[in-house]
Design a protein around this ligand. Structure first.
Ligand code: GDD
Ligand code: MN
Length: 362
C-alpha cells in the first residue's frame, strides 16, 4: 500500500460521500491507496455509511469506535490501523482541499512531515470571524514560542508523514484535544517540515465541533508540553476543579448560614455541595473521555469519589497532626504536607478507581 488517508468523522454523514469521491479523484495517480474512516459512533450513523462504502469498495475501511471519543485519539487510532507507506490526515467535512493531497505526498520526498497550511502565501482561511482568526493567530504564536516548532500552521488538521516515523513515536504520543500535529511535531522533531498552502473552505453541511472546551484543552496541552509532562493536563484540571470546590463551599456556606440555624449544619451542607459539584465537573471535564453516564454508573462513581476524597481528608488531617506533633513542624507547614499527600492520594485513586475507564454497562 502506498498511501493511507485518515478521515476522522463525527456526524459527517452529509459530507463523507463527497469527501471520499474527491479523494478518489485526487489519489488517482498516487499508486495503491486506502481511506481509513475513524468514526466515534456518530449519532447520525456516519459509521454505517462508511461501512456501506467499504462493502462496495475495499479501499475504504471504517473503524467505529464505541469506547472512546476525541479527534486526536481518533487520528492516532486511524494512523495505527493504516498500512500505507505514506500517511495523510485530513478532515472529512470538505473544509480541506483534496487537490492538495498529491502535493503533500510529494513534499514527503524531502521532509519527514508535510503540513497543509493556511498561513503561507497562497493559503487562506476565507471568511472567519474576528474571534476565530484571533484565537488561531494566538494559538499559532503560543505554539511556536513554547515548542520552537517551525511551521506557519501548527494547528493544521491536514498533514502527512511517513509510516515508519509514526510507528517509532506512537508510544510517546499523548493524544488529546485537537492538536495532534503539535504533539507529533513536538515528539518527532523533524529536521524539516514541508509546507503546502491551501484555502480553508467554509463548512457547507454539519457543524464544527471546535468549542470553548477545545480551546481550554489546547491551553492545558501546551502547558503540559512546555513543562515536559511533569504535570499532566489532567492533573491541572483536577487541581482547578478542586479550586472551584473551595469557591462553591464558601458560597453555599454563606447562602445557608442564616437559613440553617447552626453553623455546623451549614458547614456540613456546604461541604456536601462542594463535593458533589467537584464530582460533576470532574466527570464532565477532567475525566470527560471516560465519563460515567446513566444513573447507576453516576451513583457508583459519586460513591467512589466521596469515599476516596473522604479518606483523603482523613489522611490529610492525620498527617497534619502527625507532622505537627511528632516533628514539631509549624502548623502551616504540616498542613501543606498533609494537603500535598492527600491531593496525590485523591488524584491517583480517583483517576484509577473512580474513573478507571471501565464503566459498567447499564
Ligand atoms: N472521530 C472523531 N472524533 N472525529 C471528530 C471528532 C471526534 O471527537 N471531532 C471532530 N471530528 C472530525 C470532524 O467530523 C471533521 O471531519 C474533523 O474532525 C474536523 O472537525 P471540525 O469540528 O470540523 O473542526 P474545525 O473545522 O472546527 O477545525 C479545523 O481547524 C482547526 C484549526 O483551526 C480542524 O482541521 C482542526 O483539526 C484544526 O485544528
Ligand atoms: Mn471543520
Amino acid at each position: 500500500m502506498n498511501v493511507s488517508v485518515i478521515l476522522p468523522t463525527y456526524n459527517e454523514r452529509e459530507n463523507l460521500p463527497t469527501a471520499v469521491a474527491r479523494l478518489h479523484q485526487a489519489l488517482a495517480a498516487c499508486g495503491p491507496y486506502e481511506i481509513v474512516v475513524v468514526d466515534d459512533d456518530s449519532p447520525d450513523r456516519t459509521w454505517e455509511l462508511a461501512q456501506a462504502l467499504g462493502e462496495a469498495d475495499p479501499r475504504i475501511r471504517c473503524y467505529r469506535r464505541t469506547d472512546r471519543r476525541g479527534l486526536s485519539s481518533a487520528i492516532v487510532d486511524g494512523l495505527s490501523l493504516a498500512t500505507g507507506r505514506l500517511l495523510v490526515v485530513m478532515d472529512a467535512d470538505l473544509q480541506h482541499d483534496t487537490a492538495v493531497v498529491p502535493q503533500l505526498l510529494q513534499a514527503l520526498d524531502d521532509a519527514p512531515v508535510a503540513v497543509a497550511t493556511r498561513y503561507a502565501p497562497g493559503g487562506g482561511t476565507g471568511r472567519w470571524s474576528k474571534r476565530r482568526r484571533l484565537a488561531s493567530t494566538l494559538a499559532t504564536a503560543a505554539c511556536n514560542l513554547v515548542l520552537g516548532v517551525r511551521t506557519t500552521d501548527p494547528m493544521s488538521g491536514f498533514f502527512a508523514l511517513r509510516r515508519p516515523d509514526f510507528l517509532a513515536i506512537v508510544p510517546r504520543l499523548n493524544p488529546r484535544g485537537y492538536k495532534i500535529l503539535m504533539e507529533l511535531l513536538h515528539v518527532l522533531r523533524p529536521a524539516r517540515i514541508g509546507e503546502v498552502p491551501y484555502h480553508f473552505a467554509p463548512r457547507s453541511a454539519g457543524e464544527s465541533k471546535l468549542s470553548g472546551q477545545v480551546v481550554w484543552d489546547f491551553a492545558l496541552s501546551l502547558a503540559e508540553l512546555a513543562t515536559r509532562r511533569l504535570v499532566s493536563a489532567r492533573f491541572l484540571k483536577y487541581g482547578l476543579v478542586g479550586g472551584s470546590g473551595v469557591v462553591v463551599q464558601f458560597a453555599s456556606f454563606f447562602l445557608l448560614w442564616d437559613r440553617l440555624a447552626s453553623e455546623h449544619a451549614a458547614t456540613a451542607c456546604a461541604i456536601a455541595t462542594a463535593a458533589v459539584s467537584n464530582y460533576v465537573i470532574n466527570n464532565l471535564w477532567t475525566f470527560r473521555d471516560r465519563a460515567h453516564s446513566g444513573v447507576g454508573n453516576v451513583m457508583r462513581g459519586l460513591g467512589l469519589f466521596l469515599l476516596v476524597s473522604g479518606t483523603g481528608a482523613m489522611i490529610n488531617h492525620a498527617l497534619t497532626f502527625y507532622y505537627h506533633e511528632q516533628f514539631a513542624a509549624p502548623l502551616w507547614l504540616a498542613m501543606a504536607g498533609g494537603i500535598a499527600i492527600s491531593t496525590a492520594w485523591n488524584y491517583f485513586l480517583n483517576r484509577d478507581l473512580s474513573w478507571s475507564g471501565h464503566a459498567r454497562p447499564e
